[in-house]
Design a protein around this ligand. Structure first.
Ligand SMILES: Cc1cc2nc3c(=O)[nH]c(=O)nc-3n(C[C@H](O)[C@H](O)[C@H](O)COP(=O)(O)OP(=O)(O)OC[C@H]3O[C@@H](n4cnc5c(N)ncnc54)[C@H](O)[C@@H]3O)c2cc1C
Length: 337
């Protein structure tokens, strides 16, 4: 029997584990992770489909993985599943110089560069002085609920979970496995080891604000408002820092900035303050590596776009695995001749 270990139970590891176990039903697939939901990076994320901080990952890959994920989220939205909603986004800049039309503008529904009147309206609505920006429709999911759903789906398919911290790719825990899928996010920095993966610290505040039904991003100021079907995520920070403690100064920045945009947050019940470290790399690493007769498939470094690319990246992992299996089958046939 083929034995597959998926290391890491964030959105990427869970997706790969589900896809592999559902496609290769008789394989032994074990999801090994030091943390599971609700304690992964994605649990506090905005859950917004929006390519963000993915380094210099080639445009064609962002478009491909992003498009596949957008379509998958659309399917869930149409079926009313897992709390996925479709919301208008207003992404706003103070000056025209900072703004350029994104490479994914034709993937999303209703993409429009804001005209002068719309910018005036946004400046009035969100108490800013905005000189450029765009609007479009995108999908938002309540991240902890979605991660729990993926984990249940994997277990329902007879996938196994193992809580363990893997110390290196040669760790004895990985010995019995023929294939290891590495979805350890920032953990890859020490596991691989890959010094190119660095943290970009994000602090957010989750509040109850059921009246919010649009996403607002002040691209230069740093504040953002991302409502989902369960809470509303207010952000945020983007710091080169490993600390996961909540900083009072950041809470102040988030609450004051978001209240300036929408004064109603004064009355919003705070659910929690939270910090996560985005696993940022100069380019997402999604590729096979053969070492000591074992196939490793690396899938990490998704920065601020894990929930934007996960489904497409999972499909790519399946393609790599299938190519490897086909190659192995061919070698076995040849050796019998
Ligand atoms: C504040 C904030 C807001 C965000 N908002 C958005 C958003 O709106 N949209 C979006 O697309 N993205 C967003 N992101 C980014 C998104 O959360 C990440 O890209 C995504 O969570 C990365 O997922 P992952 O599965 O690759 O890694 P992670 O979620 O970090 O999971 C890594 C897993 O590997 C495990 N692990 C690590 N090392 C080891 C080891 N040695 N042994 C065993 N297990 C190990 C960990 O325990 C964890 O389970 C946001 C991030 C932050 C911090």
């Amino acid at each position: 029997m083929v034995m597959v270990a998926v290391v890491g139970a964030g959105v990427n590891g869970l997706t790969c584990a589900v896809k592999i176990k559902e496609k290769y039903k008789d394989y032994d697939v074990v999801l090994i992770s030091s943390e599971f939901t609700p304690n992964t990076t994605g649990d506090g994320s905005g859950g917004l489909w929006y390519p963000f901080i993915c380094g210099e990952t080639p445009d064609d890959l962002i478009r491909k993985w992003g498009n596949e994920t957008y379509k998958y989220l659309h399917e869930l939205y149409r079926l009313g599943e897992h709390g996925v909603s479709l919301l208008p986004v207003y992404s706003l800049y103070r000056t025209k110089e900072k703004f350029c039309k994104p490479i994914w503008s034709d993937i999303v529904y209703g993409y429009q560069v804001l005209d002068e009147q719309q910018l005036k309206d946004c400046s009035q609505l969100f108490s800013g002085e905005y000189g450029a920006g765009h609007t479009f429709l995108t999908f938002v999911l309540p991240a902890p609920r979605f991660l729990a759903y993926l984990q249940e789906r994997f277990e329902r398919a007879n996938g196994k979970l193992l809580r363990a911290k893997i110390t290196s790719l040669q760790d004895p825990v990985l010995e019995p496995f023929d294939v290891v899928v590495n979805c350890t996010g920032l953990g890859a920095r020490w596991l691989v080891p890959d010094a190119e993966v660095v943290p970009v610290r994000g602090q957010i505040t989750k509040v109850k604000a059921p009246w919010m039904n649009l996403v607002v991003i002040d691209e230069e100021g740093g504040n953002y408002i991302i409502p989902n079907s369960e809470t509303c995520v207010l952000g945020g920070t983007h710091q080169s820092d490993y600390c996961t403690d909540v900083y009072a100064a950041d809470t102040e920045f988030i609450m004051n900035g978001c209240k300036k945009m929408m004064p109603g947050f004064e009355n919003a019940e705070v659910v929690k303050h939270w910090v996560g470290l985005r696993p940022v790399r100069y380019s997402i690493r999604l590729e096979p590596e053969e070492r000591n007769g074992k196939l490793y498939i690396h899938n990490y470094g998704h920065g601020g776009s894990g929930f934007t690319l996960f489904w497409g990246c999972g499909d790519e992992v399946i393609k790599i695995l299938q190519t490897h299996l086909d190659k192995n089958e061919q070698t076995q046939i040849l050796s019998k001749l």
